[in-house]
Design a protein around this ligand. Sequence first.
Ligand code: 13P
Length: 260
Amino acid sequence: MTIPQRRPILAANWKMNMTLAEGGAFVKELLARSLPAGVEVVICPPFTLLHLLGEKLQGTSLKLGAQNMYFEEAGAFTGEVSPLMLKDAGAHYVILGHSERRAHFKEEDSLVGKKVGAALEHGLSPILCVGETLEERKEGKTLEVVERQLAGGLAAVPRERAGNMVIAYEPVWAIGSGQAATGGDAREVSAFIRRLYGDQFGREAESSLRVQYGGSVKGDNIRDFTGYPEIDGALVGGASLKADSWHAILQAVGQQISAP
Ligand code: 13P
């Protein structure tokens, strides 16, 4: 299986976990180990840890990402955090449209689209999440759902910024369930995402687009996904919370891309 030319991107989504002390200790432990060259590693902690980790990651190969943001720059939006604030704290990436935000906080495609547009406008690279529920998969609606989420999520992306996107395919039923999708299923949807992206923004943008798989990824199954040229990495929840299990994932991909 050939590995894509694009740089693989592995992102840790810590969700609502980690205190300042825990996050600091994690980064210290991770940086004490050898990290694979050629793999982009992103840590996405809760907002409260962004500034601290932004400082700790400075001058390292690790990048910082946030898990959400609002699309306005500033103003009377109690409880929200703006793209300018994320940049100020040192973030390069921002996860948008995660299924937990869609399910628990009623985020709709139109809102996700505004956030994606605002992130790009401010020089943040969005990690736009899409994916079907189990019910939708059983009804054979996977591609239809992903297409709808992409149409909304990408509505405000200007062509000249289409090279800065990451899209994460995260089937909802695979998140936190211990039951990952098969590599073949993830490949099919990733290829579909690429094709739609190319239709909208051109083949050059399609070839630079990085598509991640997310959902119960661990050190021992990551290569089932990254072995396919359509899949450029993973967005990882549970297994990103311990330096050991996270490092196992980084190592697995590092070995895979350095293998002849
Ligand atoms: P798990 O890796 O815990 O299944 O979570 C996946 C996820 O939601 C990453 O955004």
